[in-house]
Design a protein. Structure first.
Length: 403
């Protein structure tokens, strides 16, 4: 527990963190990687280049300061981050390194304003927060290792099939190299893949949602090729598409993640996906039609056109087996899409459309896709009065803020 004086000092820094948080975290990462380049084997280089990791850490530090007198309030966010840490292999020995460079960055950015009193208070607060993370992650490591089919760290899996799902998305079917059954997972969870690409100095780890229902003797991920354009080219996605084939082995960590379907409930479901965000929701839909076939489901998918629409046939087959209505939006339909009636609506999913076509009263909403897409869906649902406890979403990459 922190003494009241320390709490008061931390609280006094909240306005400063609001203004300088991203600058502090940018300096923090620069200094930490300079002193410990081996950590670049863990961190996502693309998120660093885009500034997403810096933004996410700044938001986390700000939240920790704001709720320093009630850390229980941020436990849900801590657990979401802890799942990522466990899947990446973050260990207790990493936390002192982070603490040292975070305090150093605060001092460097704030200069004389970062008094000894402030730095000491943040040092005490950081140790408390780090202990919370370490404790929660220890439980997650134990669970991942000791469950049926579980394992510790990264384990080799063999690609038993590779299937092109669209012009940009390919599925990989993975089985344990040692012939064992893989650990079970919950619909919506992800795995991490670690690769060592030729010509790359560091290993690279990326997280991909499991796109099939649980209960199989294999995992399936459906990976979008990230070709660059306005953001760094996807090293791992391109490596998987171009260099990994049937019979090859890849290293993965056990399933993780808190974006999971609550199958204790039976109220209507609305699953909304954009682009490759279809992957965790396909897992959810397949699980529902297997285990709760009478549960009402509306599956809404938005894509550019049929060329980039993955898992279409699978969603249609699943819909036919359950109490499911499938709706497709294309914002750039091709002529053949129109001629063959391959979509239901042209354009984007809007608040007005949701209000007109979806029964909002008691439905649970799960959505995933590009951040602008999710911001729009989240804002629309909030404006329409859907309570927060019935809104569920997943970020690809560092945890962000949709508000």
């Amino acid at each position: 527990m922190l003494d009241q004086k320390t709490i008061d000092v931390i609280k006094s820094t909240v306005p400063v963190l609001a203004e300088y948080g991203e600058k502090i975290t940018t300096v923090f990462y620069q200094q930490m990687f300079k002193a410990h380049p081996e950590l670049l084997n863990i961190f996502n280089h693309a998120n660093q280049k885009q500034g997403r990791q810096q933004q996410a850490l700044a938001a986390t530090v700000y939240a920790a300061a704001s709720y320093i007198d009630n850390l229980e309030a941020i436990i849900p966010a801590v657990k979401q981050i802890a799942h990522k840490h466990r899947s990446l292999g973050i260990k207790p020995e990493h936390y002192p390194i982070v603490g040292t460079h975070l305090l150093g960055a605060i001092k460097d950015v704030l200069g004389p304003a970062a008094t000894d009193e402030i730095i000491k208070a943040w040092g005490r607060a950081y140790n408390i927060i780090a202990d919370v993370f370490i404790s929660i992650e220890a439980e997650m490591y134990d669970e991942a290792k000791n469950q049926l089919g579980g394992w510790e760290g990264f384990k080799p899996f063999v690609v038993v099939d590779k299937v092109k799902e669209s012009d940009v998305i390919t599925s990989f079917y993975l089985k344990p190299e040692d012939g064992s059954l893989p650990a079970q997972f919950k619909p919506g969870q992800y795995i991490s893949i670690k690769i060592e690409a030729e010509g790359e100095r560091f290993t690279h780890i990326r997280q991909y949602s499991l796109s099939n229902a649980p209960g199989k003797d294999y995992y399936r991920i459906s990976v979008k090729r990230e070709s660059g354009n306005d953001k760094p080219e996807g090293i791992v996605s391109n490596y998987l598409h171009d260099a990994v084939n049937k019979g090859d082995a890849v290293s993965i960590s056990a399933p993780a993640g808190e974006f999971i379907l609550d199958m204790e409930k039976d109220n209507p479901l609305v699953l909304i996906s954009g682009g490759v965000g279809i992957t965790p929701l396909a897992s959810m839909l397949n699980a529902i039609v297997d285990l709760q076939p009478e549960r009402p489901v509306t599956f809404i998918h938005a894509a550019g056109n049929s060329k980039v629409h993955a898992l279409r046939d699978e969603i249609e087959r699943a819909s036919a087996r359950g109490n499911t209505k499938s709706i497709v939006f294309y914002d750039q339909p091709l002529n053949e899409d129109q001629e063959q009636n391959l979509f239901d609506f042209k354009g984007y999913i809007s608040r007005e459309w949701l209000e007109d076509y979806i029964k909002l009263d008691d439905a649970e909403f799960y959505f995933c896709g590009p951040v602008p897409f999710m911001k729009s869906i989240n804002a629309s649902l909030r404006e329409l009065g859907v309570p927060e406890e019935r809104i569920h979403f997943e970020f690809f990459g560092p945890k962000g803020n949709l508000e």
